[in-house]
Design a protein around this ligand. Sequence first.
Ligand SMILES: [Ca+2]
Ligand SMILES: [Ca+2]
Ligand SMILES: [Ca+2]
Ligand SMILES: [Ca+2]
Length: 139
Amino acid sequence: MKIKLIMLVSLFAFGLALNANAGSLVDTDSDLVPDDFDNCLLLANGPNEGSNQVDSDQDGYGNACDADYDNDALQEVNVQDFAIFLAAFTGGPTTVTDHDGDGSTTTIDFATFLAAFQGPAPQFGPSGLACAGTVPCVP
Ligand SMILES: [Ca+2]
Ligand SMILES: [Ca+2]
Ligand SMILES: [Ca+2]
Ligand SMILES: [Ca+2]
């Protein structure tokens, strides 16, 4: 009886360990970047996408899902961010505004901005990184 109990407890512990390992390999958006390391948790931005985890402003939210270009205290996507987008769109430096990672700020990137601008709070992310929201976010 005692041996059976020990076996049962061992199996339970083994199951827990397996579960813990499985948890760290969950990839919600199937972009080959596990959730715990994915700076755009619900949007594919892995090695198969041009935006591959690039985070120009180092706030822990990948360019692909971060339209809060100025990282203001309100953490909103508002007209200040639109001004930054417009500057990049009309020939200014392209970094944070390049959502699809093709090296330029185009109408495709504007669609991403607009969706965030009109979307409910939070208007960017979410990120799977524990340090998201702090600059620099060092996982
Ligand atoms: Ca992922
Ligand atoms: Ca992702
Ligand atoms: Ca960012
Ligand atoms: Ca782009």
